[in-house]
Write a protein that binds this ligand. Structure first.
Ligand code: F6R
Length: 245
């Protein structure tokens, strides 16, 4: 695991964008796994700037997103499809028909989740998977629990995730209580994992991911078993690190 501590959110965003651009520059038709939330907004801005400066080209890239809220259509302004279009896809030359986000309106979420995983395999797998982390240690929407799922599946969001995400909605009551998320198997099959985090509220979870035991109670701790992980965090998120492995 390679851990990079950035001086600021801006530096974290730039370094993360450079990691993604490197994969795309080495393999122009790369499959990039993407995430949403507050953390990657700056990284997407950097990638848009790099695209405008002709430092990266997304014309042959395919993207697959980690997750989507259940019950929100792609044009709902809090859906993750909407987030991806407005924060990234609309500003670069990726083909929209090469961008995939799980369908939060599917009748049978688990069946469509299995199709999503097959599609990723048919694409040749994910070259780099970006993941954020919840302060409770979730990645994607794989919440802490007794068991973790391998494939893309329906999941219930925990109270702490609903509370954390309420900041994006008019009120907490509007936050969907369920999501469809790639499972740990899908994330771990990616050839490379890029984990990003900023802010003191992520510091404890980050320390557990880097220095703790592997446990389903901190789903992100599983990435310790992956052979190519880059963690890019700002100083606040690094503030509780006991050791650097
Ligand atoms: C989003 C996702 C989530 C977020 C996590 C952190 O696609 O999969 O795991 O990465 O909840 O969210 P932020 O970045 O808003 O703190």
């Amino acid at each position: 695991m390679k851990v990079i501590i950035a001086k600021s959110y801006e530096e974290m965003s730039r370094l993360a964008a450079e990691e993604i651009a490197k994969v795309v520059n080495e393999k122009p038709n790369a499959v990039i796994g993407l995430a949403t939330g507050g953390t990657p907004v700056g990284m997407y801005k950097e990638l848009i700037d790099m695209y405008k400066e002709k430092k990266v080209d997304f014309s042959q890239v395919t993207s697959v997103n980690l997750d989507e809220y259940v019950g929100l259509s792609g044009d709902h302004n809090q859906s993750y499809r909407y987030f991806m279009n407005s924060n990234f896809f609309d500003h670069v030359n990726i083909r929209k028909d090469h961008t995939f986000v799980p369908n939060g309106l599917a009748k049978d979420i688990n069946a469509e989740g299995a199709e999503y995983d097959k599609k990723i395999e048919a694409l040749g797998g994910i070259d780099v998977q970006l993941v954020g982390i919840g302060s409770n240690g979730h990645i994607g929407f794989n919440e802490p629990g007794e068991e973790l799922d391998l494939g893309t599946h329906l999941t219930n969001l925990t109270e702490s995730t609903i509370e954390a995400n309420a900041r994006f909605f008019a009120s907490k009551d509007e936050v969907p209580t369920q999501a469809v998320t790639m499972g740990l198997g899908g994330i771990m099959k990616a050839k490379k994992i890029l984990l990003i985090a900023n802010g003191a509220e992520k510091a404890e979870a980050i320390n557990k991911v880097i220095n703790g035991k592997i446990t389903t109670q901190i789903p992100a701790s599983m990435v310790q078993m992956h052979r190519d992980v880059v963690v890019v965090i700002d100083e606040a998120a690094a503030s509780k690190l006991e050791n650097l492995k």
